[in-house]
Design a protein around this ligand. Structure first.
Ligand code: F3S
Length: 95
């Protein structure tokens, strides 16, 4: 069965879901994705979270594995997302 992934709201704004839980620390699976168009190689993501991000030959970010965030690493994924000055990282939650 196909899984659907959607962005997780991390900033102020409408609640994500009727229960107001934005899924930040819920039990749903979380993935990260990198926009290669936005990434400018600042390197904060792989400096901060080397478990999830690596760098390519030119210093741009690349995902380690398929982007699935292991349980307990959701906070680090969000840390990378919030520290990328180009907003190239997006945290997605399985819906
Ligand atoms: Fe690229 Fe942002 Fe990381 S610009 S190298 S995704 S901190």
């Amino acid at each position: 069965m196909m899984k659907a992934w959607q962005p997780v709201l991390t900033g102020p704004g409408p609640a994500h879901g009727a229960d107001g839980n934005n899924g930040a620390d819920g039990n749903n699976a979380v993935k990260v994705q990198i926009s290669s168009e936005r990434c400018q190689g600042h390197g904060r993501c792989y400096d901060l979270v080397p478990d999830l991000f690596g760098e390519d030959d030119q210093g741009y970010s690349r995902l380690l594995g398929d982007g699935t965030v292991p349980p307990g690493k959701e906070r680090e994924a969000r840390l990378a997302e919030s520290n990328c000055p180009e907003h190239a990282i997006e945290v997605l939650e399985e819906s």
